[in-house]
Design a protein around this ligand. Structure first.
Ligand SMILES: C[S@@+](CC[C@H](N)C(=O)[O-])C[C@H]1O[C@@H](n2cnc3c(N)ncnc32)[C@H](O)[C@@H]1O
Length: 275
């Protein structure tokens, strides 16, 4: 699987998901379009108050694995950037939290997702948000221009995570915060899972080990790195999905049960350059 193949497969998968959401169906990440969205990673992430304050299409388009804006500290006047903003749910929630005076950017590479997010923004009547087209490995914003980076179930999809962390570090202001939800593993992922494109684009095969997440963030320059589990998955959570990819679920169960989790990852850019 080359990085370009992964990117093309991710774009294709999420353009289909955006088109599903535009027709009023759930965009749901890991189930096929024939199934209903009841997957254990994406379901029930937002409070009734949060969902109720947004257009239904924005909620239906949610494909995250956490609720980074609920866990991140966001203050009025700040600039927030959401890496892989999808249908825009976290950008719209953040935009409200940083008003007045602040702004929320969403960044996504998939045209259909950008169109959906902009339509959701219009329906929500939110003005202090902007959706940018681009890749999280090459963020189209200047150095030191963002206070908080959020992201929801996207970094695991990248084939070049070191570059994503370096770019996040570059655009954050000194003292800026990195506060993302992502899928993380606590053991080596079996090779048959790693090599499946379907499982990569379903947010499973590309997940980093917790220790690797920390060391890659530290190599990019981040400090105060914390990984807090928000949901730990059982083998039954993924049985149908793994079996559909031809994986012998019972054989790999001891290697994966309880080892995949959604986590909230926090880190900070040092406030001052080290001498
Ligand atoms: C699993 S969905 C999550 C969407 C959104 N964060 C949410 O919580 O609903 C992944 C999104 O990230 C985008 N994406 C994946 N890889 C990307 C990359 N390398 N650069 C920019 N966007 C990317 C996809 O187009 C898709 O919209």
């Amino acid at each position: 699987m080359s990085a370009e193949n992964i990117k093309d497969a991710v774009k294709e998968k999420y353009s289909q998901a955006a088109l599903r959401a535009q027709t009023g169906r759930s965009a749901c990440c890991r189930t096929s379009s024939a199934q209903s969205c009841c997957d254990p990673i994406t379901s029930n992430l937002y409070s009734a108050q949060e969902s109720g304050a947004l257009p239904e299409a924005a909620v239906l388009a949610s494909l995250g694995c956490g609720n980074p804006t609920a866990l991140a500290q966001l203050n009025p006047g700040e600039v927030v950037l959401d890496l892989g903003s999808g249908g825009g749910i976290d950008v719209l929630l953040s935009a409200r939290r940083v008003a007045p005076g602040g702004k929320a950017y969403g960044l996504d590479m998939t045209d259909e997702m950008l169109a959906l997010a902009r339509e959701n923004q219009r329906k929500a009547g939110i003005e202090n948000a902007e959706f940018l087209k681009g890749e999280i490995e090459n963020i189209p914003l200047p150095d030191n221009s963002v206070d908080v980076i959020i992201s929801n179930c996207v970094i695991n999809l990248s084939a070049d995570k070191d570059r994503v962390f370096r770019e996040a570090f570059r655009v954050l202001r000194p003292g800026g915060r990195f506060a993302v939800s992502d899928v993380v593993v606590t053991a080596d992922v079996p090779a048959e899972i790693r090599k499946s494109v379907e499982l990569w684009i379903g947010c499973i095969a590309g997940a980093l080990r917790d220790a690797e997440y920390r060391s890659k963030l530290a190599s990019a320059g981040f400090e105060r790195i914390e990984i807090e589990p928000t949901r730990v998955y059982d083998i039954e959570d993924a049985r149908q999905f793994l079996a559909a990819q031809g994986i012998d679920v019972d054989r790999i169960a001891p290697q994966v049960a309880g080892k995949f989790m959604s986590a909230f990852i926090r880190a900070g850019k040092p406030a001052h350059k080290r001498p």
